[in-house]
Design a protein. Structure first.
Length: 382
């Protein structure tokens, strides 16, 4: 465990995939003389790969969330449940939502992204962003209660992987309850851009089988009267799930750190911010030199580089570069216990056995923070 007389404070802001894994790695081999602190507004952190399964009804909330408080306890890390409202790199100080301040010597950011609602303006009560996940799931539960025996109408905006999986998950949820629902999937471009044609074809079949209406090349926008439109048609859905367009949190740009045009903090290949060598960033909030999709697979793979480089920076050692993979296995949920697999090229596989494969991978990932945690608390310090 870390000594109370630590020489340095390393603070993690945000409990995303990169931080959860990096903290686990550092707990197994603590950095001498360093006190760890995790700052997060939520004590549970959602694993994005299992979110569609949670909505479809395949998983419980506990199945799909990392217990951040327990992870910190097992890792010898102090947990502060709060949001960061201001970051001052010059003073190396954080202002927290509870009114307190927290100083740091080294800082790591994994705060995710926030929906970019500029195409529709703000103030639409019917629009529910999929992020942050915690508040989305609460709204989803309320929708299901409000629907009762009626026929809810829902529109999912964005037909990338997240939006397509979510539309099918919601359709399966209502079909499983034998309740009619009107669900449409809307995108300004084509279905699943960047995916092989065979994956798009298989997903179109599943959307049709689940009675999800697909609208491609049709943008959603708001007018001066705060009414939503799909192209030139009014969007009449009772509930609009926003699964497209994200930007960086305001605290990043407000801090003076160098950010890209969408407000994500610019980092080097070593995940160090361009503005401050004592601040690192990973996951969705980071703007890597080579633009990367905002996908969980990159956040997971960045964790090792982040943990190693935090250790190296604190100990005055050379940093390593994160090398993003050009191709990776993609496993898309398809409503029921059904999934589609691809890994570049045009070859894809689908079926219940692919879902079981995906389920095994996802549960193995979550097990890193469950039954494997108790042994971490006894890891010897250097």
């Amino acid at each position: 465990m870390i000594s109370p007389s630590a020489q340095y404070d390393l603070v993690f802001v945000g409990a995303g995939h990169s931080h959860a894994l990096a903290l686990r790695m550092l707990a197994m081999k603590p950095i001498p003389g360093v006190r760890l602190t995790m700052v997060s507004p939520d004590s549970l952190s959602a694993y994005s790969g299992m979110l569609p399964g949670l909505i479809a009804g395949h998983y419980t909330l506990d199945d799909t969330h990392v217990d951040v408080y327990r992870l910190c306890q097992a890792s010898g890390c102090r947990f502060v449940q709060a949001s960061v409202t201001q970051l001052d790199p010059k003073k190396r100080q954080l202002q927290l939502s509870d009114g307190s301040q927290l100083a740091y010597d080294w800082l790591s950011l994994d705060v995710g992204a926030t929906p970019d609602l500029s195409p529709i303006g703000n103030g639409h009560a019917s629009v529910v962003p999929v992020k942050p996940v915690a508040s989305f799931y609460t709204r989803w539960q309320q929708l299901c209660r409000d629907a009762g025996g009626q026929t809810p109408s829902l529109a999912v905006v964005g037909a990338g992987a997240g939006g397509t999986e979510m539309a099918l998950a919601m359709a399966h949820h209502f079909q499983n309850r034998q309740q009619a629902a009107e669900i449409e999937l809307i995108t300004g471009g084509d279905l699943l851009p960047g995916f092989p044609a065979s994956v798009r074809a298989k997903m179109r079949q599943r959307l049709q089988a689940h009675n999800v209406t697909l609208h491609t090349h049709s943008r959603v926008h708001g007018d001066a009267q705060q009414q939503l439109h799909r192209g030139d048609q009014p969007l009449t859905a009772q509930w609009v799930l926003w699964c497209t367009g994200v930007r960086g949190l305001a605290i990043l740009e407000d801090s003076g750190l160098e950010c890209d045009e969408r407000g994500f903090v610019r980092v080097t290949e070593s995940l160090q911010t361009l503005s401050d060598t004592r601040i690192f960033a990973a996951g969705d909030c980071a703007a890597f030199p080579i633009p990367l999709p905002k996908a969980g697979v990159y956040a997971v793979r960045q964790a090792r580089t982040l943990a190693d480089n935090l250790r190296a920076a604190i100990q005055g050692q050379p940093l390593a570069a994160y090398r993003p993979q050009s191709r990776f296995l993609s496993l898309l949920s398809a409503g029921g216990k059904d999934a589609i697999a691809s890994r570049g090229g045009n070859l894809s596989l689908a079926g219940h056995w692919v879902w079981r494969w995906k389920d095994h991978i996802d549960r193995a990932f979550m097990a890193k923070f469950d039954r494997q945690l108790p042994a971490m608390s006894t890891a010897p310090a250097d």
